[in-house]
Design a protein around this ligand. Structure first.
Ligand SMILES: NC(=O)C1=CN([C@@H]2O[C@H](COP(=O)(O)OP(=O)(O)OC[C@H]3O[C@@H](n4cnc5c(N)ncnc54)[C@H](O)[C@@H]3O)[C@@H](O)[C@H]2O)C=CC1
Ligand SMILES: O=C(O)[C@@H]1CCC=N1
Length: 265
């Protein structure tokens, strides 16, 4: 199975690195394209994959095409890619917002939409996978195998992909934002940078692991940390006073809305 990634950016790198490391594909069967030669050099040096700036030539040889350019670039690149597609090619799109029907463009092109996230780079990704109209079960399986090699892959309906984008696609950024804030506070309180980084990271990883392994709800676990009249209560009350929960809900809804908007360019 020959796979071509159109766009050798951050997200393509996370997936390529993972699927090669996990031996899901051979480097010789992977090709990446980009307009930026430096990105192509990087991929060749790091992962030993094929590379070209010629999208059509790379597509003509591929069984699976992964569209990993920005959604805004899609209208520019798609016409030449569509013309070059092998008749039985599978198109996997990781682009936020662009519906499978827009990619199929009135033709029976098999499209699977995938919404991955960057922790795929370390094998801890979370991806939603949705079949387009003409995709068959085997196509969804291919996408699940690729993304399953770099984390968790969950099959969803395409109508849910905008919400998945808001939750787990953009999600790592919310966690990094929280970490930025925690580390800024730690610095203000005089903790040494290396120490606070180690403590903050272990706290985030540990909290997620505890929730997964215990099967408990977040609110219940939070209650167990929060002693009456104690420090956590002081912190959470401050977050509530600042409307942080409402702000997070509004933020995810804004991401979902933006994903829906991206469908129209
Ligand atoms: N970064 C993330 O966390 C996630 C990104 N995505 C989606 O992945 C896609 C790529 O995002 P990133 O990797 O973050 O962006 P990026 O900007 O890092 O990568 C896009 C790449 O496409 C290349 N490119 C531009 N024009 C091109 C052309 N005509 N032909 C070939 N390559 C071209 C750019 O040079 C760049 O290297 C987007 O559609 C985004 O919605 C999805 C989930 C998570
Ligand atoms: O910010 C974006 O549009 C992309 C999609 C999900 C994460 N990054």
């Amino acid at each position: 199975m020959k796979i071509t990634f159109i766009g050798a950016g951050n997200m393509a790198e996370a997936i390529v690195a993972g699927i090669i490391k996990q031996n899901v594909v051979e480097a010789a069967d992977v090709c990446v394209t980009d307009i930026n030669e430096e990105r192509l050099d990087h991929f060749t040096e790091q992962y030993g994959v094929g590379r070209t700036t010629d999208n059509a030539a790379a597509v003509a040889q591929a069984d699976v095409i992964v569209l990993s350019v920005k959604p805004q670039i899609f209208p520019d690149v798609w016409p030449e890619i569509e013309r070059a597609l092998k008749s039985d090619a599978l198109v996997i799109s990781i682009m936020a917002g662009i519906p499978s029907a827009k990619i199929a463009n009135g033709k029976p092109i098999r499209v699977v939409r995938v919404m991955p996230n960057t922790p795929a780079l370390v094998g801890e990704g979370a991806a939603g996978i949705a079949a387009g109209e003409f995709a068959v079960e085997a196509d969804v399986e291919i996408a699940c195998n690729l993304l399953g090699a770099v984390g968790v892959a969950v099959v969803v309906d395409e109508k849910e992909i905008d919400a998945v984008t808001a939750l787990s696609g953009s999600g790592p950024a919310y966690v990094f934002y929280l970490l930025e804030s925690m580390l800024e506070a730690a610095e203000q309180m005089g903790l040494e940078k290396g120490v606070s980084r180690e403590l903050a990271l272990s706290t985030v990883i540990g909290a997620a692991k505890l929730m997964r392994e215990s099967g408990e709800e977040a609110a219940g676990l939070r209650a167990k940390v929060t002693s009456k009249g104690g420090t956590t209560h002081a912190a959470i009350s401050t977050l509530e006073e600042h409307g942080v929960k409402d702000a997070v809900v509004a933020a995810l809804k804004a991401a979902q809305t933006r994903s829906i908007e991206l469908a129209n360019g």
